[in-house]
Write a protein that binds this ligand. Structure first.
Ligand code: TYD
Length: 221
């Protein structure tokens, strides 16, 4: 299956070393956006040029797709949902991620391919192999240098959500438990670090930054 089998030696070998593509994944309410900001701040403090981004909705097209996929009043079929997220990703990679990496910037993204494998592959029960196949051209050869899964139990994640639930947030507990289990399974299979996101924010940040520090040290050498 396609879950980053290829290596992408992206970016120029600048003075700061190779630029980095860092992805944070996890269930809704796992604290990704807070940690994305913390990682970006940490990298910027070390003189690196950093771009933060997210899926879905980082481009103009993506904003329209996000609105449809999360707020459509009419039913969206599971495979239409897969393809909408894949379309958002294709545009995101082509318009934002790849140009930034090739231009020497680090990119820190709130979600990427694994969100589709977990939410659509496991949550919607479409299968991770099938969903990965639908994303092949969208992702192309772009591969995270570091992917961190923030793991939070359902009760904790659910309690953190604010406002009216969107189409995905409104899914029942079983759906979100499948998504959480899928992230943990992907992490185990592909050797991605899992950080316990249920702890206080600063403690979580310390663990996430330690992983980024290791990566940055490795890439600068
Ligand atoms: P997110 O931006 O994390 O939500 P919020 O803005 O509410 O914090 O993600 C939006 C939703 O989209 C989230 O419920 C997860 C879902 N999603 C998928 O189902 N598949 C995907 O491929 C992606 C990228 C997101």
């Amino acid at each position: 299956m396609l879950a980053y089998p290829r290596v992408m030696p992206h970016g120029p070998e600048g003075a700061q070393g190779r630029c980095l593509f860092i992805v944070l994944e996890g269930v809704d309410g796992s604290g990704k956006s807070t940690q994305v900001a913390a990682v970006a701040r940490w990298l910027a403090e070390r003189g690196r040029d950093v771009l933060t981004t997210r899926e879905p909705g980082a481009t103009e097209l993506g904003t329209a797709i996000r609105n449809i996929v999360l707020h459509s009043a009419r039913p969206v079929t599971p495979w239409a949902e897969v393809l909408l997220y894949a379309a958002d990703r294709a545009q995101h990679v082509a318009e934002v991620v790849r140009p930034a990496l090739e231009g020497g910037r680090d990119v820190v993204s709130d979600r990427f391919l694994w969100s589709s494998l977990a939410y659509q592959g496991a949550g919607r029960k479409l299968g991770s192999v099938e969903v990965a196949a639908a994303n092949r051209e969208a992702v192309a050869d772009v591969k995270p240098d570091l992917l961190v899964v923030l793991d939070v139990p359902y009760e904790v994640a659910h309690a953190r959500l604010e406002g009216d639930p969107d189409r995905i947030e409104a899914e029942p507990r079983e759906f979100h438990e499948r998504v959480r289990a899928a992230f943990l399974d992907l992490a185990r299979r592909f050797g991605a670090p899992v950080v316990d996101g249920a702890r206080p924010e600063d403690v979580v940040t310390k663990d996430v930054i330690a992983l980024v520090d290791d990566l940055a040290k490795g890439s600068a050498g």
